[in-house]
Design a binder for this molecule. Structure first.
Ligand code: NAD
Length: 498
């Protein structure tokens, strides 16, 4: 059985702890490898390596660091076919979608290549007579990223790209469900010229995560995953005085106004709800048509498109979406569908029991559509993380704004309309972190930043963009005077700014 190891101090290693976890090919249900589950000593070995690499990497000038990142981008591009194949095999998303996973991560590393410009400090000449003030951004030291299964290339690249550009050294704890791509990315970074130990990967679960958070040498913790874990890691890390940003789950709504182009909205919805089998934190899981006529037209358009959707193996080029990540995920989604039925929602398309010929053991759930969902149902309140779309009918624009605003999660939201004023009011008023206008999945481009509100994000700064660089640096402010005489200038009062 192939083993997926750690990557510590520039080399693959099985480390000390010897537990393992199966790695599946969700499209077929078979086990393809086992991943090593590290222990506290493996976490400590990775931190040792990162600590040793820090003086060299942090003192490498920013432009040379950027050159290593540029080379990393080039190598990832050269290896993207191999990476996409592995990613698709372990995650279960289609190969075309796996390329997107890699590309959206690479875009953030490309942004990080420009970090020298953004790492410049400020300078004020003659802030007071003969006094200059300047500020500098310094790296934090050893920082940690804990990432989810659903974007095994993109999110590690979001974290490591920015942290390394700022001069930090990094320990990544990827998901145990699709652990191979992060190891390959770290190998390619080494090949690009990153010093050994500057980027390490420790495989494992809670034991490794706790050891990483608790190690006093770790300065910052960045997490992406489900809300309960995000919240507990945020509390754990900040109680220990560490900088933390922890991003959680989502329930993203798409509002369809009466004047919207229903075909456009329905096309957008099926892609955003069922692409990657709904396993995206920016997937749309709730459609909110405004007015009964809009709702009837939308539901008919959705049903028609859902008949034409193609579910297939992840390496089937004709598949629109493929399997869920594990058998447990499949069961969880099917249970949610049953709870929707039990609570009185109208199940229009039932994806339970859907199979792909020749892959009967794959973890498939077909695209599912509920109509007449209400705010008190579990399928509305909780994150399902599967190919299930709920239609909740609103009577007015105000009600449509209120639904996502009052929801526990606040990751993404979207509105489809031809009315610029309504769109503008919506974007201004809605209590959600990322908004799309006639755009179904509003993942901000690399030089903006990504972050949900409410239970979708804990911490002050967003991921990537300039916020990412702020998260991974600390500001030092230096006030300087070069006295021209040695005359004593004793003073016991607080100096004023002017
Ligand atoms: P998860 O919370 O199960 O796991 C995330 C990471 O935490 C993994 O590395 C996992 O090994 C680790 N982990 C799991 N249990 C832990 C514990 N008890 N203590 C410490 N670490 C633990 O999430 P997942 O299933 O891998 O990913 C899906 C979730 O991630 C969804 O909720 C999705 O919405 C969310 N997500 C959010 C964003 C965002 O930016 N807000 C992006 C992608 C995914």
């Amino acid at each position: 059985m192939a083993q997926v190891p750690h990557f510590i101090n520039g080399a693959r290693t099985v480390g000390v702890a010897n537990a393992t976890h199966p790695v599946y090919r969700p499209a077929t249900g078979e086990i393809t490898a086992e991943v090593i589950l590290g222990g506290a000593s493996d976490a400590s070995a990775a931190i040792d390596a990162a600590e040793q690499a820090f003086p060299v990497w942090s003192q490498t000038n920013p432009q040379r660091r950027a050159r290593v990142l540029a080379k990393w981008v080039e190598l990832i591009d050269q290896h993207k076919d191999e990476l996409a194949q592995t990613l698709s095999s372990e995650h279960g998303k289609t190969i075309a979608d796996a390329y997107g996973d890699i590309q959206r991560g690479v875009e953030v590393v490309e942004f990080a290549v420009g970090a020298p410009q953004l790492l410049k400090g400020e300078f004020t000449s003659d802030a007071s007579q003969g006094v200059d003030v300047h500020s500098l951004r310094q790296p934090l030291g050893v920082v940690v990223g804990i990432t989810p299964f659903n974007f095994p290339a993109m999110i590690p690249l979001w974290k490591a790209g920015i942290a390394l550009a700022a001069g930090n050294t990094f320990v990544l704890k990827p998901s145990e469900r699709d652990p191979s791509v992060p190891v390959r990315l770290a190998e390619l970074a080494l090949e690009a010229g990153l010093p050994e130990g500057a980027l390490n990967v420790v495989q494992g679960g809670k034991t490794v995560v706790d050891a990483l958070i608790e190690d006093p040498r770790v300065q910052a913790v960045a997490f992406v995953g489900s809300t309960p874990i995000a919240q507990s890691i945020y509390a754990h890390a900040t109680t220990l005085g560490k900088r933390a940003q922890c991003f959680g789950g989502a329930k993203n709504h798409l509002i369809i106004m009466p004047d919207a182009d229903i075909d456009l909205a329905a096309d957008a919805l099926v892609g955003a709800a069922f692409g990657s089998a709904g396993e995206r934190c920016m997937a749309i899981s709730v459609a909110v048509p405004v007015g009964q006529d809009t709702a009837d037209r939308l539901v008919a358009a959705l049903q028609q498109r859902m008949e034409e959707l193609s579910m297939g193996a992840s390496d089937d080029p004709d598949a629109d979406y493929s399997a869920l990540v594990t058998a447990e995920a499949k069961t969880r989604v099917e249970n949610y569908i049953q709870s929707g039925v039990d609570e009185g929602a109208e199940l229009l398309v039932d994806g339970r029991g859907a199979t792909v010929a020749g892959h009967e053991n794959g973890f498939y759930v077909g695209a599912t559509l509920f109509d007449r969902v209400t705010g008190d149902m579990r399928i509305y309140r909780e994150e399902i993380f599967g190919p299930v779309l709920s239609v909740i009918r609103a009577e007015t624009f105000e009600e449509a704004v209120r639904l996502p605003s009052e929801h526990e999660f606040g990751n993404g939201v979207s509105i489809f309309t031809r009315d610029g004023q309504a769109a503008r009011d919506f974007a201004t008023q809605v209590d959600v972190g990322m908004v799309g206008i006639n755009v179904p999945i509003p993942v901000p481009i690399a030089y903006y930043s990504f972050g949900g509100w409410k239970a979708s994000g804990f911490g002050d700064l967003n991921q990537y963009g300039t916020d990412g660089l702020k998260f991974y640096t600390k500001v030092k402010t230096v006030t300087t005077r070069w006295p021209s005489s040695t005359t004593s200038q004793l003073s016991f009062v607080m100096p004023e700014g002017s």
